[in-house]
Design a binder for this molecule. Structure first.
Ligand code: CMP
Length: 143
């Protein structure tokens, strides 16, 4: 089936994700073309620390467990994982696993920068989140 046929439903799904709030239909259409929608079972490994990262995942629903060297954190709807490797081309910084069944939007490294151009709000959100993750990693002031 042509990907164009699935777009109306996908756009409805995208509109419900807070990081895509306020975007035009055109921008949502671009995002729909750049992100694949997938469902995974609990226990599915999304990233392995030290491995090459080839995609970023935006969580539509369900929860992911991120295990860094310091601790384990749970992420849920509207959060994303896997952005770090795509930004700097480095290896995965943590293990990430589906803690529950999940619905995800998957963006490949090839489409990552185009996605940020299509969704400026997502760029801002990624910067804010990276800043928070850095504070967390450094054990600095985090309020
Ligand atoms: P990446 O390094 O590509 O793969 C592992 C992912 O885990 C990483 O991108 C981030 O999305 C996520 N991650 C790493 N450190 C943290 C943290 N301290 N808090 C939340 N998520 C993190």
């Amino acid at each position: 089936m042509s990907p164009w046929r699935t777009r109306p439903n996908k756009i409805t799904l995208l509109q419900r994700i807070p990081i895509f709030e306020g975007l035009s239909q055109r921008q949502l259409g671009q995002i729909a073309r750049l992100a694949d929608e997938v469902e995974v079972s609990a226990g599915k490994r999304l990233a392995t620390a030290g491995a090459v990262g080839r995609e970023m995942f935006i969580i539509v629903n369900g929860e992911a467990s991120v295990r860094t060297r310091r601790r384990t954190v749970r992420l849920g709807a509207g959060d994303f994982v896997g952005e770090m490797s795509l930004i700097d081309g480095g290896l995965r910084s943590a293990d990430v696993e589906a803690a529950t069944p999940m619905r995800l939007l998957v963006v490949s490294s090839r489409d990552f920068w185009s996605l940020l151009e299509a969704a400026p709000t997502l760029s801002r959100k990624i910067m804010q989140t990276l800043s928070r993750r850095l504070r967390d990693a450094e054990g600095g002031v985090s309020a």
